[in-house]
Design a protein around this ligand. Sequence first.
Ligand code: NAI
Length: 693
Amino acid sequence: MTAEYKVDGAVAVITLNNPPVNGLGHSTRSAIVDGVRRALDDDKVKAIIITGGGKAFSGGADIKEFNSPKAQAEPTLHTVINVVENATKPVIAAIHAVAMGGGLELALGCHYRVAVAGAQIALPEVKLGLLPGAGGTQRLPRLIGLEPALNMIVSGNPVLSEKLAKSGLFDQLIEDELVPGAIAFANKVADVRPLPRVRDKKIDYPNHEAYLQFSRNTVRAVAGPYPAPLKCVEAIAAAVVGPRFEDGIKVERALFMELVQSPESKALRHAFFAERAASKIPDVPEDTPQRSIKSVAIIGAGTMGGGIAMNFANAGIPVKLLEMKPEALEKGLATIRKNYENSMKKGKLTQDKFDQRMGAISGTLDYSEIGQADIVIEAVFEDMKVKEAVFRKLDEVMKPGAILASNTSTLDVNQIASFTKRPQDVIGTHFFSPANVMRLLEIVRGEKTGKDVLATAMALSRKIKKVGVVSGVCDGFIGNRMIEQYSRQAGFLLEEGALPEQVDKAIEKFGFAMGPFRMGDLAGNDIGWYIRKRRYVEKPEVTYSKTADLLCEMGRYGQKTSAGWYDYKPGDRKPYPSQVVNDMIVKHSADIGVERRKISDQEIVERLVYSLVNEGAQILEEGIAIRASDIDMVYLSGYGFPLFRGGPMFHADTVGLPNVVMAMEKYARGRHGDAWKPAALLARLAAEGKTFN
Ligand code: NAI
């Protein structure tokens, strides 16, 4: 039963019961219609209440039904709302905790609404690239007025019920218990006729055309590549100009259908589901026992160690940072303090919170002080010898059952585990820089990593508000292994005729937050140099453009040396194209005998993005990533891949895999064509007309 029906005196109470948030799935919708009909047929019943059991009134559409035929099956939400709105006895929505999306639209179809304080009220469809498609754009402005409704619908942000007390949305704010209060209200209005219907109200806004035009302009300016916010305005405009309610509903419907088909909305919905899917590990069921994490130790208080520590302090988990030398420890702690002070200056952190967070972090030089921590995360230099010494020591001092994690970005987690007598407790937790900001956390599963350790790390990532994505062990894991191919292409493009600025501009126009060369300057070009030097020895067969090495030989490490691919002015992060660098690139082409040619932006984007796609396919095939959408999540949350394109694998699906393969075949005939052999999985899916996702 997804809704319960009870009668209390002259009032029927329909209580939605579809945990966790009373999503309006097919059976819940049917149960509402059945309940209303039953109440209408019962002469003793004079009024009907719809309320939500458990944690919500209703969170809207049932996400389990998304993209399934059930979502469209009768009774649709439209039908339910029609039944409610046309009922011959008053229907009252009694709201607590959450009334969002379709849940709020259902409430808007009721004759009355009552609520308790603290309920989150929202029409968040725009966040999935859609608009409220069950009358929300038509009814909300009729009830609370044009401006407040437009703000809610275009932003999608929740507003607390008490803040809406005077908006007209609620007929009464209930002080005590919701259902008894709603029943009292129902008895009071039971005989009032005619029944008030939101659809019959008129929107009274003097000079609405001017306001709508102003809204279109502002919304267009901030919507970027997303069509939904402007369509929301258009749907609301239809409610204002009318003339009839049905006309507005038709406009809303048509705009909704357009948005459902838009690639931007498809990408946003993909990302929404991808984030939820990432937390599921096929052979680690949800009820896998977890280890309790109440304290954390971190080895190394450098760039990463400090940022990682802040995540735990922010979540209220005490952290101990261990360093070798007092100066390093002092420096690490001072950086953390400065970061928090900056947040305080920006008004993002109160003194209270500052004290709490700094209070949660302490330093030590002594391993005996961290032995009782529930998890220890190693973030020392990226050098296997150093990691070995640290892990042998951790094996000695850590209590049994402690999780031993490494933040390594390139080293073999299995080998690291082998330095201990408890490889089942060892796992990779690969944070991204700045670790206190970036949402991505790659959770690296070693051959022997225990399932409980994996489940614990996954839950911990949620606790510190990260997107945890599981990766198998390989050089670079999911994200960096793919970016390596992207960087190689970026280098080859320079040799063949492009300059850093053109490459960056082209890929930024595609939607990346930052192109590869600006990114290199930000992260430090010396890091890649260091990794390449190792690769020249370990994998001499892999080729790279020499331009990046030449750049580093010039001492141009990036922003930190005020010179990288671009020139920088002191105190200014703005990149200025650099004549010396561009000359170096052009000369290098001549030195290796490559005749520079004009390269189109399309070629730049395809070569950068498809190099990600091909390596992603390889990673998927090897089982390093569990699913294509995990790869998309890595790129959306850690690498600035444009959200409106849904991640590299989803983008490839959108372009069509046969088209991707065709482009790759073209590039295979060019320089370094060997990089363009399609991964077997990609070739097969393209041939079968299938997609990654
Ligand atoms: P870092 O050089 O800023 O910090 C390393 C810290 O570890 C230094 O403060 C050093 O004094 C300390 N340390 C070295 N050996 C130690 C030992 N035996 N015992 C205790 N402390 C010791 O390096 P960073 O950038 O923080 O990198 C740390 C780890 O994180 C590396 O494995 C790196 O590959 C990884 N990583 C780095 C990222 C980045 O963007 N910097 C991103 C993701 C991972």
